[in-house]
Design a protein around this ligand. Structure first.
Ligand SMILES: [Zn+2]
Length: 348
């Protein structure tokens, strides 16, 4: 793994103390506003709670020579690629969405399930060329929720029946479930469903600077979308608050960043924190990189620096999608970690 040169070891005790004081004096922001987001099932498969083994599409696992097909690999979260570590066997690969198994196959085993929008919204992106994305053919819908704009994404489709700009209702058909894209076949056909925050409108520029492959998807490239636990919202019949769910996530690390004035997620999701003239912000993130809180900070930093990390007996990379290096109570941003934070703060 490549490390960014010059990234400092994060937690000197003085810095930690200063951070603790600063954080504790920042009032809780927008905690009164809740939001109430409701989703409906994206296909006729509604077994999420009663029979999760029938709801989720299994993954093919080969761990230390033993093969299995765990349905748990279709869930949202760190559910894939087990590694044996000092902390036991841990799942190191994060799955941004849920893989919903088909309930309708024709005589030749082709899935026929219609895929539907989980909520009212607008079609903002369709990709009908399977080879242009690991997602294969996919559709993105923008939902203007109380918690801000969220983007549901439906991937590996066999066909798409909507166009960008089209308004959809909950249950509007978007296409047919399939197995287009990478790492999928007829046997494991499913719809991969995400519910995302959007990081930055300048994504194209960031992509040009950091990636070698062309971007065919504008701001709706998966790298610019940060998935929240869609199954949790789907499972709450009366609706749930995405912002409350995000704010309750355990913080895995914090990063001090310069105040670029270009942190768009502060405007898009004001419950993350208040825009400020302070020289810096401290961003609290989950292991998967979901921003949980953004607090003004009086430190002067020229580039993102890890200011706190949860203790881990094994490598932080396993818990952070390879964005952090180090173990124990020390961590630094890896190259991809630095690029990710730069995208989030508009520093590109
Ligand atoms: Zn998936």
């Amino acid at each position: 793994m490549t490390l960014i040169m010059g990234v400092r070891r994060p937690t000197s005790s003085r810095l930690t103390l200063a951070l603790t004081l600063a954080v504790s004096t920042v009032p809780a922001m927008n905690s009164a506003r809740g939001g109430n987001e409701k989703l409906q099932y994206p296909t006729a498969n509604t077994q999420l709670e009663r029979r999760p083994s029938a709801f989720y599409m299994f993954t093919d696992r080969n761990f230390e020579g033993s093969k299995s097909t765990p349905w748990q690999g279709g869930q949202y979260g760190f559910v894939r690629t087990p590694q044996r570590t000092k902390a036991g066997v841990i799942m190191t690969k994060f799955h941004e969405g849920m893989d919903v198994a088909p309930v309708n196959r024709d005589g030749s085993g082709e899935p026929r399930d219609p895929v539907m929008s989980m909520a009212a919204g607008k079609v903002v992106h369709t990709n009908s060329t399977s080879s242009k994305s690991n997602y294969g053919q996919y559709v993105v819908i923008q939902h203007d929720f109380d918690s801000g704009p969220f983007y549901s994404l439906y991937a590996h489709l066999n066909s798409i029946s909507v166009k960008p700009g089209q308004i959809v209702k909950p249950g509007s058909q978007l296409g047919i479930l399939g197995y287009t894209g990478v790492g999928i076949n007829k046997r494991r056909a499913h719809v991969h469903v995400e519910l995302n925050m959007l990081l930055h409108s300048g994504f194209d520029r960031w992509h040009d600077k950091t990636q070698t492959t062309p971007n065919h998807h504008g701001v709706f490239n998966g790298i610019n979308l940060v998935g929240v636990d869609v199954s949790k919202i789907l499972a709450s019949k009366r609706g749930a608050s995405i912002q409350r769910m995000v704010k309750a996530l355990p913080v895995y690390y914090k990063v001090l960043v310069p105040n670029t004035g270009k942190i768009e997620i502060l405007k898009r999701y004001p419950w993350l924190g208040k825009a400020s003239n302070a020289p810096a912000y401290e961003i609290s993130l989950s292991g998967s990189g979901i921003p949980i809180e953004i607090s003004p900070h009086k430190s002067k930093v020229e580039y993102p620096v890890v200011s706190w990390v949860r203790y881990s007996p094994t490598y932080h990379k396993f818990y952070t999608k390879n964005r952090l290096s180090g173990t124990g109570s020390t961590a630094g941003l890896t190259k991809s970690g630095r690029e990710y934070i730069d995208l989030m703060i508009g520093a590109f």
